[in-house]
Design a protein. Sequence first.
Length: 296
Amino acid sequence: MPHLLLVEDNELNRDMLSRRLERKGHRVSVAIDGLQGVALAHSARPDLILMDLSLPGIDGWEATRRIKADATTRAIPVIALTAHAMSGDRERALDAGCDDFDTKPVDLPRLLAKIEARLADGHAQAAQTAGPAPLRVERTLQARLERLPLVHELVDEFTGQAGLAPALAHDLRLVVEEACVNVMRHAYAGGPPGDLGLALELDTAARPVALRITVRDQGQPFDPLSVPVPDITAPAEQRAVGGLGVLLMRRLTDRQDHRHDPASGNVLTLVKFLHDPPAPRGRADPTPPPPSGERT
Ligand code: MN
């Protein structure tokens, strides 16, 4: 049920309009002046605000300016209501950041149509800014260096579907290859190569959106993260061998975890948080609305 906030100082108008809107299936909160309207917009987060312009204290224009200046309430559509039929009121209301305008006494069918239109706009915008869709690809392959092309294939499939930026796709390829080569070289050392399971996931429920790499094998306990990173201050011949891949994983991902148990074998998980996630797939790039307050 849509939640409306009605900011109206006239008790008769307020009671009548809120009752009529409730009968049409809306939940209605009321504020009796501009300051209470701003406070309720913030605390109750209504889906839409009906703003009387002539209000005691701060008027409807100023209340709207404050609501639109606050990042947490900026997206809430505001429909201005005024008994003044003067054309300047409409311009001033839009200047203040109101999304629409209607006159009092209210023509309910017309106002309801405007409310529905603004709510629909809001939902469309929410869908556009919801971010990318979740994605998971996985493959099991034999843990042999000759199978690396299959790893690259899966990475390419994932980066293409996820719409990752080229630099990020490149980092991902390096890290995944390094993690898989570790398994191929070490986990099955001294025995026949077993299976390597690789999963790549775009976790869009995570905040920030997370890119998760999971590499599994049933070889001997082997923790690639325990390989010492080479000490660059040590003489070259004394530096640990094989630590560059670990350095790469630590530099290019935000979280690294390894566990081993007899049932699941080695499980290496690497997580990279995407503070600038890829655009939603299958839609045109959303054009962000101009910041409020810059209307002319
Ligand atoms: Mn009034």
